[in-house]
Design a protein around this ligand. Structure first.
Ligand code: 13P
Length: 246
């Protein structure tokens, strides 16, 4: 059985003091969760969040990591820097990083290997644009992102995939539960071809894109969907708690 994981992606929201206050409120609301819970916070919030989350059931995550151990990479953060604060998860290849910061399948692959080698749990994001969906290229795009992004991975069960159709992110337009389930089924089938069918059954694949307290039940009840990567709704404690406890 795959254990679902609900993760918040705060993106560039909340100062460290706001983050700490938010998590103090969130902790009691999700303490009895039947799934894994995580928050992926801005890097500068990590020390404050680590302090608040000590001995809680909420795992701490980052939103990106560099592939090098250290060196001349201005503005970047290494696996070691994250690990020192007990960071467990890291988002890799979010569509906003691909779209605005030149992230490619190749750089995703390098960051992914660094995260896996350092013992972080990567949440690798894949997803098609509206144009790609409308021109029937969804499967081709997803297969390429998986093939190139996950190249050389020895144990695919060590990572989490987030299927985030770009057209559903921050737009209020969710994929229907059937659409999301079917596409995640395709991702699982592809992982089976690229790695092994048995391993593919063990990989957790989340849905992300305008998931909220109102639509989460239907999405999360789909057999292929193993949780969610939540943007906007993860910034409100009651909404995020509702999703976690749904
Ligand atoms: P929204 O939930 O705000 O659509 O964002 C989804 C997302 O990008 C999570 O990584």
């Amino acid at each position: 059985m795959r254990r679902p994981i609900i993760a918040g992606n705060w993106k560039m929201n909340m100062t460290a003091s706001e983050a700490a206050a938010f998590l103090e409120q969130l902790k009691p609301l999700v303490k009895d969760a039947n799934c894994d819970v995580a928050v992926c916070v801005p890097a500068i919030d990590i020390p404050a969040c680590a302090e608040v989350l000590k001995e809680s059931n909420i795992g701490l995550g980052a939103q990106n990591v560099h592939f090098a151990e250290k060196g001349a990479f201005t503005g970047e953060i290494s696996v070691g820097m994250l690990k020192e604060f007990g960071v467990k998860y890291v988002i890799i290849g979010h569509s906003e990083r691909r779209q605005y910061f030149g992230e490619t399948d190749e750089s995703v692959n390098k960051r992914l290997h660094a995260a896996l080698n350092g013992g972080l749990i990567p949440i690798v994001c894949v997803g098609e644009s509206l144009e790609e969906r409308e021109t029937g290229k969804t499967e081709e795009v997803l297969f390429r992102q998986l093939k190139e992004g996950l190249k050389g991975v020895e144990d695919v069960t060590k990572l989490i995939i987030a299927y985030e159709p770009i057209w559903a992110i921050g737009t209020g337009k969710t994929a229907t539960a059937e659409q999301a389930n079917e596409t995640i089924g395709f991702i699982r089938k592809s992982l089976g071809e690229l790695f092994c069918p048995h391993c593919a059954q063990e990989v957790r694949i989340q849905y992300g894109g305008s998931m909220n307290a109102g639509n989460c039940k239907e999405l999360l009840s789909q057999p292929e969907i193993d949780g969610g990567l939540i943007g906007g709704a993860s910034l409100k404690t009651p909404d995020f708690a509702t999703i976690v406890n749904s």
